[in-house]
Write a protein that binds this ligand. Structure first.
Ligand SMILES: *[C@@H]1O[C@H](CO)[C@@H](O)[C@H](O)[C@H]1NC(C)=O
Ligand SMILES: *[C@@H]1O[C@H](CO)[C@@H](O)[C@H](O)[C@H]1NC(C)=O
Ligand SMILES: *[C@@H]1O[C@H](CO)[C@@H](O)[C@H](O)[C@H]1NC(C)=O
Ligand SMILES: *[C@@H]1O[C@H](CO)[C@@H](O)[C@H](O)[C@H]1NC(C)=O
Length: 381
């Protein structure tokens, strides 16, 4: 590994390789790896973690071949107990970065907790700006056929329909394997417990914007309340969709693909990519898939309030959710990190047994998924 590291150093140059101990290359063994997707989600950790007493993530920068040129290093505290990497946004960036980190050989990640910590679109039926969602399922909702709505059959409600089917709402007959992931429910509940201990921030701007959802009646009640920690699930799509019909389409897809088990409440661009990497590398004993945590905070609503234009909701309206979402991302996230570290010896080192199915729709890690077609083989059909 020394050679690889040196080679990377020569390739990338001295400005990128910065290491607190440049002459000793050892495998770093983080207890938590925070996975950020873009700058604002990373910056809150760099700015605030030193004040928490848990360390400075910029104490050790480790360049890794295959990371995004925009985010070329893994950042760790001085002892390497907590590390953080920024993948770049969307599925390709997310998978490439996490795969590169694990396969670099520079880290021992067998007991590491992966905290996917990002901002997201939020469903007003389940949360609001600044809400912290901790998920059990991630669903790749846009992995489908699509007809433009202007050309679809007149009695369809959406242009999306599953691979191998003939109309919306039918269960796919062809599977790629990345459609649905289920993570450790006991760990999810532990993370929820830690996150729930913190007082989340709220803001006057967010309060003003979320008030508009009161006109939507009881189904939007959560949208009008102050942010809280919620247990519900995450949609993955490279397409940054918005609006009532798109969001409802993917609510329906989430229900269909998980046989009614998952509740769509946040929407983002990376989960399924990262979880696929963790499944594949768990098979090789390089990571423990049972140590993945999915946390998303609401930065914008996935659909407008009554009377608000769909494009305005996406592009013009001042939802003012990003700062609130990154603040609460840090507050909830650092509480989870602190919880894992403080109970490391008794609980987290050996790992929390999952009471539920773990893994993908193929049953790759063993066991029978509680979603998916019974007895499908890898080729689908
Ligand atoms: C790590 O990189 C950051 C910039 O990303 C820099 O501010 C910091 O000083 C670097 N740390 C070390 C130990 O060189
Ligand atoms: C639409 O109409 C066709 C033809 O009558 C029918 O087969 C189908 O079930 C209807 N619904 C949808 C969602 O395609
Ligand atoms: C979602 O499913 C419901 C119930 O089947 C249906 O009434 C609704 O039209 C669907 N929404 C979209 C956008 O397809
Ligand atoms: C999920 O729903 C599909 C379509 O109805 C069905 O074929 C499949 O057996 C269900 N899977 C489970 C695990 O219940």
């Amino acid at each position: 590994m020394r050679w690889l590291y040196t080679a990377a150093g020569l390739l990338l140059g001295p400005n990128i390789i910065v290491h607190s101990r440049p002459n000793t290359v050892q495998r770093v063994t983080p207890r938590v790896l925070i996975v950020s997707l873009f700058d604002p989600e990373a910056d809150v950790w760099y700015e605030n973690l030193p004040k928490s007493g848990l360390g400075d993530l910029l104490a050790m920068n480790i360049s890794v071949p295959g990371l995004s040129p925009l985010f070329p290093a893994v950042h760790c505290t001085a002892e390497g107990t907590i590390c953080q990497v920024t993948t770049g946004e969307s599925e390709i960036n997310a998978a490439t970065t996490v795969n590169s980190v694990v396969l670099s050989g520079m880290f021992d990640l067998r007991k590491t907790y992966f905290l996917i910590a990002g901002i997201a679109g939020v469903n007003p039926k389940h949360g609001t700006l600044g809400s912290v969602a901790i998920a059990k399922y991630a669903v790749q909702v846009a992995l489908q056929h699509e007809l433009d709505a202007r050309e679809m059959p007149p009695n369809w409600t959406t242009g999306y329909f599953s691979y191998g089917t003939f109309r919306p709402g039918q269960y796919p007959t062809i599977l790629y394997g990345t459609e649905v992931f289920e993570v450790n429910e006991a760990l999810r509940d532990a993370a929820y417990g830690y996150a729930s201990k913190v007082r989340l921030e709220d803001s006057a701007d967010a309060r003003a914007y979320r008030k508009r959802y009161a006109a939507g009646g009881p189904s939007y009640a959560m949208a009008t309340r102050p942010p809280s920690v919620i247990k519900c699930d995450s949609a993955t799509s490279d397409v940054y969709y918005s609006g009532h019909l798109m969001s409802e389409t993917f609510e329906n897809v989430t229900r269909l693909l998980t046989n009614g088990s998952a509740t769509y409440c946040v929407t983002a661009q990376e989960e399924n990519a990262i979880l696929e990497v963790l499944v594949r590398l768990d098979i090789w004993g390089l990571v423990d898939y049972g140590r993945a945590i999915i946390m998303r905070t609401g930065s914008n609503f996935d659909r407008p309030a009554p009377g608000v234009d769909v494009l305005d909701n996406l592009r013009a309206a001042e939802q003012n959710g990003i700062t609130l979402a990154t603040t609460n991302l840090y507050l909830a996230g650092v509480s989870i990190v602190r919880g894992i570290l403080s109970e490391w010896d008794g609980v987290f080192q050996k790992g929390i047994a999952a009471p539920n199915y773990l893994g993908d729709i193929f049953g790759t890690l063993g066991g029978q998924p509680d979603f998916g077609p019974n007895g499908v083989d890898g080729a689908g059909l």
